[in-house]
Design a protein around this ligand. Structure first.
Ligand code: PMP
Length: 384
């Protein structure tokens, strides 16, 4: 079998072996329900409390500000609906951006049906919102601003610190979807003045189906899920104990080599660019010129190609990558992110591929992939 190269870490990552080892006992020996009073239950509860304390200190939050969820989608939905429903007496206006993940955008569409007014801030060609646009969108009825930390398609980082500073001390709450940025950037929710933040484990070499939502104490918030009283009455249901233990371990590991990882991913990106330039293929990097970008995401437009042929050819040579609209399974629909950045008619919306790096990728593998990509691009563009 040919060697495969996985360059789709923004979609998901393999669980780290240490994560798996940490989880196993919680599926076998330590299987109790954390709500049970007996020793089996206490052991499971201890693991949850331990993970919660670890995560809280990692983001400079308090333990009771962490709600475990089934991942980024649930965290995003819970943030939006939880705040919207609890604060509708104060106002019905929410501000978000045109390039959010669908977990936010589709939740907003539903909120619109339920009588909320949503403003979708535009972005510039680098994928950045402007603070001036945000300022002019704010009104008396605004209850929440939700902007992603780092974009999952192009990697652009939003001016989170400036937004936090602008909203701090006002009645407007600030949520950020940090699913892609978490584990790559150290995040301090107090420093950034975040009121809510979404995180998912499977993007940082943790297990799938688990994540958390940070909700600052004092934020008026209605639960979305009702039942047995787990998660401090804010989310019912038996927790995914093994998953939460895995999430904690993934966060612990991500903190050990954060700086080194960032440097490694930057090097991968630069090496690919160098090879493309040396081989003289036509390409441009989407989001280039942004003030800050997530280093693991490299979204490239190859003029004269199209996403379908590129992805098929990449797959045939063993390279796993994604289309621009990477989070809609199998989708080759023009990406709403690239449309917002470059306009509907731009060929970037139909010829862009996202490569995303992760733990396990080697420079050798990246160079090999860059040469294969070059050959595919040359072949596809010469065929014309
Ligand atoms: N937000 C962003 C920015 C994402 O990249 C993803 C994953 N594609 C999600 C939310 C959803 O997370 P999950 O897969 O854990 O539901």
């Amino acid at each position: 079998m040919q060697e495969r190269v996985y360059l789709d870490h923004a979609a998901t990552t393999p669980a780290h072996p240490d994560v798996v080892s940490a989880m196993i006992p919680y599926m076998t020996k330590i299987f109790g329900n954390p709500s049970s009073v007996h020793s089996f239950g206490r052991e499971a509860r201890f693991a949850l409390d331990d993970a919660r304390a670890f995560i809280a200190q990692s983001i400079n939050a308090k333990e009771n500000e962490i709600i475990f969820t089934s991942g980024g989608t649930e965290a995003d939905n819970t943030a939006l609906f939880g705040v919207a429903m609890a604060n509708k007496d104060k106002g019905n206006h929410i501000i978000t951006t045109a390039i959010e993940h669908h977990a936010i955008l589709y939740a907003c569409k539903q909120l619109e049906k339920e009588g909320f007014e949503i403003t979708y801030l535009p972005v510039n060609e680098h994928g950045e919102i402007s603070i001036e646009d945000l300022k002019s969108a704010l009104k008396d009825t605004t209850i929440l601003v939700s902007t992603m930390y780092g974009n999952n398609e192009v990697g652009t980082i939003q001016p989170i610190r400036e937004i936090g500073a602008l909203l701090s001390g006002t009645n407007v709450l600030f949520h950020s979807d940090a699913v892609q940025a978490f584990g790559i950037e150290k995040i301090d929710v107090n420093d950034l003045k975040l009121d809510l933040m979404s995180v998912s484990a499977h993007k940082i070499n943790g297990p799938k189906g688990v994540g958390f939502l940070y909700v600052r104490n004092g934020v008026k918030f209605l639960p979305r899920q009702f039942g047995g009283e787990q998660e401090r009455k804010r989310r019912a249901g038996t927790e995914n104990v093994a998953g939460i233990v895995g999430l904690k371990e993934a966060i612990r590991l991500s903190e050990l080599d954060m700086l080194e990882k960032v440097e490694r991913f930057k090097q991968f990106k630069q090496r690919m660019i160098n090879i493309f330039q040396k081989e003289k293929i036509n390409f441009s990097v989407n989001g280039e010129g942004a003030r800050a970008q997530l280093p693991h995401i490299f979204n490239v437009s190859f003029p004269g190609t199209n996403v379908e042929s590129m992805l098929t050819n990449l797959d045939l040579t063993g390279i796993a990558a994604s289309s621009g609209s990477a989070c809609t399974a199998g989708s080759v629909e023009p990406s709403h992110v690239l449309v917002a950045m470059y306009g509907k008619g731009s060929d970037r919306t139909t010829n862009s591929i996202r490569f995303s790096f992760g733990y396990g990728n080697t420079l050798e593998e990246i160079e090999g992939a860059a040469h294969k990509i070059t050959n595919i691009v040359k072949r596809l563009t010469n065929e014309k």
